[in-house]
Design a protein. Structure first.
Length: 122
């Protein structure tokens, strides 16, 4: 089964997503800030990254930009999951190379799982 990386600074949310994706049969790795996300992504080579935007150390937008400019992670599928819902934020995420941009308050856990499956199978 695919390996998913969850980049989320909220430990409760990180645990909820980790538990759900493990229950779905995925291997899960995680990071709690942007700096750790870059190191874990290169080391673990996940198939897909769920990436928060507002994080300590390095923002998710900067992480996304760096991942897309790094040979080891250039083609990794990335779904941005953020509380930022402004059109400019969504466009910025997509312009930086996100495969999808989900607004946390507008999706359920099940919808996130379905989106991950769809992108992994695309």
């Amino acid at each position: 089964m695919a390996k998913i990386m969850i980049v989320e600074d909220d430990p409760t949310l990180r645990d909820i997503y980790t538990t759900r994706f493990k229950a779905e049969g995925y291997t899960v790795v995680s990071a709690s800030d942007g700096e750790a996300a870059l190191a874990v992504a290169v080391q673990e080579k996940p198939d897909l990254i769920l990436l928060d935007i507002m994080m300590p150390k390095i923002s998710g937008f900067d992480v996304l930009d760096i991942l897309r400019d790094t040979d080891e992670t250039r083609d990794t599928k990335i779904i941005v999951m953020s509380a930022l819902s402004q059109t400019a934020d969504v466009e910025k995420g997509k312009n930086l190379g996100a495969n999808a941009y989900l607004v946390k308050s507008q999706v359920t856990l099940s919808e996130v799982v379905e989106k991950v499956k769809a992108i992994l199978n695309s």
